[in-house]
Design a protein around this ligand. Structure first.
Ligand SMILES: Cc1ncc(COP(=O)(O)O)c(C=O)c1O
Length: 408
């Protein structure tokens, strides 16, 4: 077999052996699951080779034998600005792009920049765990606005934000909202109307918003033309005016599977919040970029588009196969809605009748190493998160395990 799937010249099907590469996903299996004999479908990186253009750019840079301190030249922010214009229709001034050493450091820097110890910061669980840590580990007060769980018929696409409670928290003095857009782990793409409501609340009550949009490029467009209410990622910054205290944070790391290179960006048209965030970063003794991360960032945004389109085709196939298998299982104990974005399936295992530790054990016995939903905070207990960014050939074997677990 050619190993070429996804309708293009890119290989997403030949398994890439990640042993000996310090891969967190593989190396921590025994520690997390008690055995190496599981398919690791947990931490959010893909088991795919990075785009050939990125590999080539890195190889060329590595061939130059001096790996010294770096500066960011204008072509790097310009590559992101051009990407945003092409892929998201958002025209930004490259001068507003600031590079950052990853999204998690950005969450911490935003909390440090915009709040004082004791101030309230809103997060909307279930959500990516560092959202909580960035608040609590810096002595700020966690204000939870749990997502509302609903069916697609009730809330177009599953979960919804509780806008009434968000407004009450903002009215009560919440200083900052850490928004996850699209939302990990539930896979929602927030619609423009929802984002406008969030922005209105923030404006009215003087709440700052840091919008983590690391999954922005991994949205599944409708298959047949422009269906009404189709999931389209709208960058929060594209709706904001320079008076709005809004920062949009983006990265090539999930999009092009280069998260280990740890380079991201922030964007804001509001000079005050930009300066305050920059000052918070300056107080952190970490370097923003290195010779390899800069090269990969620019190459990915400049030359990675065809690879991403092919990758999305493969991811969509895996996503649809997963949720079709769950839907088809007789006496299914596991269910879920296909995510609108991300390569992460949020599996509702409450029908299994086990506590969270028992669920983890059950999945490991079935041969799959998933992320425990309980780690994502309120609303996560009874769920598991499954990373389906693996070669389709491996996915088929995983689906048999999913089906067997679901209907046991
Ligand atoms: C919502 C979200 N933010 C941030 C990150 C991690 O970002 P980084 O590796 O740039 O710190 C992830 C990774 O899964 C994520 O899902």
């Amino acid at each position: 077999m050619s190993g070429l799937v996804g309708g293009g010249a890119f290989d997403f099907d030949t398994p890439v052996d990640r042993s000996g590469t310090h891969s967190e996903k593989y190396a921590l299996r025994r520690q997390l699951f008690g055995t190496d004999a599981v398919e690791p479908l947990w931490v959010a990186d893909m088991d795919f080779a990075a785009p050939p253009a990125v590999q080539a750019a890195l190889a060329a840079r590595v061939a130059h034998p001096v790996y010294g301190y770096t500066v960011v030249d204008d072509s790097v922010p310009a590559s992101l600005a051009a990407w945003l214009a092409r892929r998201h229709g958002w025209m930004v001034d490259p001068a507003q792009v600031r590079l950052a050493p990853g999204m998690v450091p950005t969450l911490y820097a935003a909390v440090a920049a915009f709040t004082e110890p004791g101030d309230g910061v809103v997060v909307q669980p279930p959500v990516y765990p560092p959202f909580f840590d960035a608040v609590t580990r810096q002595g700020r007060v966690l204000l939870e606005n749990p997502l509302l769980e609903g069916s697609r018929s009730e809330t177009p696409s599953g979960y919804a934000m509780d806008l009434d409670r968000l407004e009450a928290l903002a009215r009560g003095g919440a200083r900052l909202l850490l928004l996850c857009s699209p939302h990990n782990p539930v896979g929602r793409v927030w619609r423009e109307a929802e984002l406008r409501s969030v922005l209105d609340i923030a404006r009215k009550h003087g709440m700052i918003i840091l919008s983590d949009e690391i999954h922005a490029d991994l949205v599944y467009a409708p298959r047949h033309g422009a269906a009404a209410d189709a999931p389209v990622h709208v960058p929060l910054g594209a709706l904001a005016t320079p008076d709005d205290a809004v920062i949009t944070a983006l990265a090539p790391s999930k999009t092009f599977n280069i998260p280990g290179l740890a380079l991201s960006a922030t964007l804001s048209s509001n000079g005050t919040v930009s300066r305050r965030l920059a000052a918070a970063f300056e107080r952190m003794p970490v370097s923003v970029a290195n010779p390899l991360s800069l090269v990969a960032f620019e190459a990915a945004y400049t030359h990675g588009e065809a690879w991403l389109d092919a990758c999305l085709t493969v991811l969509r196939g895996n996503r649809d196969a997963l949720f079709a298998a769950l839907g088809a299982a007789e006496r299914a104990r596991v269910s879920g809605l296909a995510p609108e974005a991300t390569y992460l399936g949020w599996l509702d295992c409450r029908g299994v009748g086990l506590d969270d530790a028992g669920l983890m054990r059950g999945w490991v016995e079935a041969g799959l190493g998933l992320s425990a939903g309980a780690r994502f905070g309120t609303g996560g207990s009874g769920f598991m998160r499954l990373n389906f960014a693996i070669p389709p050939s491996r996915m088929a074997a995983c689906l048999r395990r999913v089906a067997a677990f679901s209907q046991r």
